[in-house]
Write a protein that binds this ligand. Structure first.
Ligand code: PLP
Length: 372
């Protein structure tokens, strides 16, 4: 029987919520969109939440709303999902990579300053694997240098650092709701900000550049159709209502993994960093430094062949061929990112994984480790 890398967790409540929108006349721009945005802003503790059709669209709209474009540089991490970087590129700005901290796996605050130039307009840090570890230092440096912060918290819904929830660090912050996330809307995303003006611009940009409080065919800027339908919002709202239960389930699955892997000295097993309360996004173990890329890949192959889905979260962004070519990046540029990403193994992880399944995965993992 296959054990999946990720599975959505959809209850009867969520099915009912979606069906109730389907039975209404308001499939888009209706009351459930408003309710989802209001509840989400309240949960995170920010003034505005603007729903969009993906995390990627959200990040891109933040760039435009903050006036970041051609000629500007945005400092970011190469150890992330591609969209953190492509959102910068889509706006016509240049991503400037800074290596990661080997412990937090987030952008290394100590290395940010040396990359700041007269063109640097913003920092786009990512809470990788859902962890805001190190974000206090990242924010301090951004503030000292008067840089805007676009927080890519797509993976971090429900996590916090010293009691400060992810989604509270950026001038603008963006969550994603793809089905592998802590809550899903099928596809979707959410922009958070405290600035009325920035929220208004995003509301207009996601809706064909329509002017606020004007007619359906009055457009005041170049906009997009990045709306999130009320059908999606109903799913998101119902999921958000049980975020605490979801978080507890994910903590339990992580604990089972940690227990099953306590004596496994060939691996680095993730733990919640000090001062962090994690709503686990994924469970990514790493081979120790004495193993190499080929051995990791062989392990991934063996696990997948046994029907246990695993993955290599994440290959370094700066080495994706089109990015390496455009910005002249090469292997060796960001050694911490490269060393980490050559050894990661994302294990199956979702709300409803059972203890038996976790033990099956760990037994297979240990067996495969003996064979690489
Ligand atoms: C760190 C990060 N940034 C951005 C995204 C993009 O979100 P989406 O897939 O909703 O466009 C994701 C997730 O997929 C992500 O993990």
């Amino acid at each position: 029987m296959e054990i999946f890398l990720s599975r959505p967790d959809i209850t009867e409540e969520e099915v009912k919520a979606v069906c109730s929108v389907l039975r209404s006349p308001n499939l888009s721009l209706g009351p459930v969109l408003k309710e989802f945005e209001k509840s989400f802003a309240e949960y995170i503790g920010r003034k505005h939440a603007v729903a969009v059709n993906s995390g990627t669209s959200g990040l891109f709209l933040c760039m435009l709303a903050l006036g970041i474009g051609p000629g500007d540089e945005v400092i970011t991490t190469p150890f992330t999902f591609i969209a953190s970087t492509t959102a910068i590129m889509m706006a016509g700005a240049k991503p400037v990579f800074v290596d990661i901290d080997p412990v937090t796996l987030n952008i290394d605050p100590a290395k940010i300053e040396e990359k700041i130039t007269g063109k640097t307009k913003a920092v786009l840090p990512v809470e990788i694997f859902g962890s805001p570890a190190g974000f206090d230092n990242i924010m301090r440096i951004a503030k000292e240098h008067n840089l805007l912060v676009i927080e890519d918290c797509c993976e971090a819904l429900g996590s916090s650092l010293n009691g400060r929830k992810a989604g509270n660090f950026g001038d603008m912050s963006v969550f994603g709701f793809y089905p592998n996330k802590q809550i899903t809307t099928g596809e979707g995303g959410m922009i958070l900000t405290d600035e009325d003006n920035l929220a208004d611009i995003c509301i207009s940009l996601r809706n064909q550049g329509r002017a606020k409080n004007a007619g359906w065919l009055a457009h005041e800027r170049l906009g997009f159709n990045y709306r999130l339908s009320d059908i999606n919002c109903a799913l998101g709202l119902a999921q958000l209502k049980r975020i605490n239960q979801i978080k507890a389930k994910r903590k339990q699955v992580a604990k089972w993994y940690q227990q099953a892997l306590t004596d496994e000295h060939r691996l680095i097993v993730p733990e919640e960093s000090e001062n962090c309360d994690l709503n686990w996004f994924v469970f990514v173990v790493r081979l120790k430094e004495n193993f190499n890329f080929k051995q990791r890949n062989s392990l991934l192959e063996q696990m997948n062949a046994r029907g246990i889905q695993v993955s290599n979260y994440f290959p370094p962004v700066h080495l994706q061929p089109f990015i390496a070519e455009k910005y002249g990046c090469k292997k060796g540029d960001f050694p911490v990112t490269e060393a980490v990403s050559e050894r990661t193994i994302a294990l199956p992880f979702h709300n409803n994984l059972t203890e038996d399944q976790v033990n099956t995965v760990c037994r297979a993992l240990k067996d495969c480790l003996n064979k690489i």
